[in-house]
Design a protein around this ligand. Structure first.
Ligand code: ADP
Length: 493
């Protein structure tokens, strides 16, 4: 794999950092403690800037603002069409600022700039528009009661929502959570990951510009065990929506249970299988698979024995042409890992893989003179019980395993506590149908690994969590159903 030391190159576009404070009730404010923390660029390992460090008392203020905006403010009471109008304006502002937002996620999270500007940021605007279109179509049902009663349901906003989000897709995650909640008429407190706080503050600024009333969206930057935990255990938050690790998801659910039993949805880790059948044409799927793999990271790749050797050879060739480099570099296909902790964790997994006897086909080392870059790493001869085959790695590490029959593939693919996603590569319709119905996972990609769409619900089975982001299902996460019952006739029933 090549590596470009791009930091001195002309394609680098470092944005001016405009927002580094907490966003509470429509204003950027310092944290009560006055504390700040560093956010570090994974491109260089250098400090980008310092950001306000929110803690429990800042979360309290943000919840107070959100509570007031919910109980007394206009947002939940606006006609849906009005919320839609404002959300559409918000989406336009996201589009207009695509370059700057993409650059923020590139310096803060190491996201590829070209991809961000062309796809991720416009995609986030589309998510806003998708849910904006739903804002005036939220309605209940007329019930078929069994007695002389008239019954109907109302769908009402669930209230004040806490969104806790991770670093892997800072802008997309923000809008995946915020958009359906806005459409539903909720108010909210968002805590971005401590590794990637910058774009969320910019999104807060755009919300205000779009005309979203003060207090509807509040952003608290800070750490998980402090600011994050304060959201999980807050007595005045009605629902928490969390995306992150399974361990922390458990803590969030515990905090919800021991505080006010707030509603919880969790989108957690995965160890998604990709199953490649003999009939698939190797030359066609390799690029697709490699790309997806590097994004989704850590998946288990099961390859049927008839094409195993051919595939291994092609992958080794492909990996040599894969450019790891500065995420601003238009030629880079893979940027740095998000921070030193992840970087070290991934390298430790690679060492484990070697120790446990897997064969290192390519990569396995850091690369570049600075920053947190790792070569695309492929292991062959991976056994199902090896650590690299069982735990989520979240890095450019792929594990290849050989299988014989469909039944065997299904059994091994399901042999995991996770159930987020799965991929199948085959041209055989029967195989595709059988396997897609047999895998216990929230999304199955047939010949299109990583095929996301905002109309397509995404979420887990098993220990990958519960609840769905995206699609109309996500709207339900932010709505209560209220039943209203009256007698049909005047007589007392
Ligand atoms: P990852 O492994 O992807 O970094 P984490 O689960 O550690 O995922 O973090 C995801 C989000 O959860 C981040 O915003 C982080 O700050 C937050 N977080 C971490 N610990 C806690 C906690 N105890 N309570 C609530 N949120 C937390």
């Amino acid at each position: 794999a090549g590596h470009t030391n791009g930091s001195k190159e002309s394609f680098v576009k470092i944005p001016e950092i405009k927002f580094t404070k907490l966003f509470i009730n429509g204003e950027f404010v310092d944290s009560i403690s006055g504390k700040t923390f560093e956010t570090i660029s994974p491109r260089t390992g250098e400090v980008i800037t310092r950001v306000a460090e929110g803690d429990r008392e800042d979360v309290d203020l943000a919840v107070k603002a959100a509570r007031d905006a919910f109980d007394n403010g206009p947002w939940p009471r606006l006609p849906g069409s009005e919320r839609r109008r404002i959300m559409m304006k918000y989406a336009d502002l996201v589009d207009e600022n695509a370059e700057e937002l993409a650059a923020l996620d590139t310096i803060d999270a190491g996201k590829l700039f070209g991809l961000g500007k062309a796809l991720d940021i416009p995609g986030a605007a589309q998510v806003l528009r998708y849910y904006a279109g739903a804002a005036d179509k939220i309605h209940g049902e007329t019930l078929k009661m069994s007695r002389e009663l008239q019954g109907y349901t109302l769908r009402e906003p669930i209230g004040v929502v806490g969104h806790i989000i991770p670093w892997n897709f800072p802008t997309n995650m923000f809008f995946l959570k915020v958009s359906p909640a806005l459409a539903a008429g909720c108010t909210m407190v968002v805590k971005p990951a401590e590794q990637t706080p910058l774009s969320a503050l910019f999104h807060a600024h755009l919300a205000k510009q779009a005309g979203i009333p003060d207090g509807v969206i509040n952003v608290i930057t800070g750490f998980g065990p402090t600011a994050g935990a304060a959201i999980g255990s807050h007595m005045d938050i009605d629902k928490v929506s969390f995306t992150g690790s399974t361990e922390v998801g458990r803590l969030v659910m515990q905090a919800a249970a021991t505080s006010n039993l707030k509603a919880v949805s969790l989108e957690l880790g995965g160890k998604s299988p990709l199953i490649i059948f003999d009939d698939a044409d190797a030359s066609q799927f390799i690029v697709l698979r490699l790309q997806g793999e590097i994004c989704v990271a850590g998946s288990r790749v099961f390859v049927q024995e008839g094409i195993y050797d051919k595939l291994v050879k092609k992958l080794a060739e492909k990996a040599k042409t894969w450019v790891v480099g500065d995420p601003f570099d238009p030629n880079a296909r893979q940027g740095p890992q998000v921070d030193k902790t992840q970087f070290d964790k991934i390298l430790a997994y690679i060492e484990h893989g070697k120790k446990e006897g897997a064969t290192l086909l390519t990569g396995g080392k850091p690369c570049g003179e600075q920053g947190y870059y790792i070569e695309p790493t492929i292991f062959t001869n991976v056994a199902d019980n090896m650590k690299i085959a069982r735990e989520e790695i979240f890095g450019p590490v792929m594990s290849l395993m050989k299988f014989k029959t469909i039944d065997e593939a299904i059994k091994r693919a399901n042999d995991t506590r996770y159930g987020l996603a799965a991929g199948i590569v085959t041209d055989n319709l029967n195989v595709a149908n059988t396997v897609s119905r047999s895998i216990r996972a929230g999304i199955i990609w047939i010949n299109c690994y990583f095929g996301f769409d905002y109309d397509c619900p995404y979420g887990g089975y098993k220990m990958s969590g519960f609840g769905r982001d995206m699609g109309m299902n996500a709207l339900d996460m932010y709505l209560h159903v209220k039943s209203v019952v009256t007698p049909i006739y005047n007589s007392p029933w």
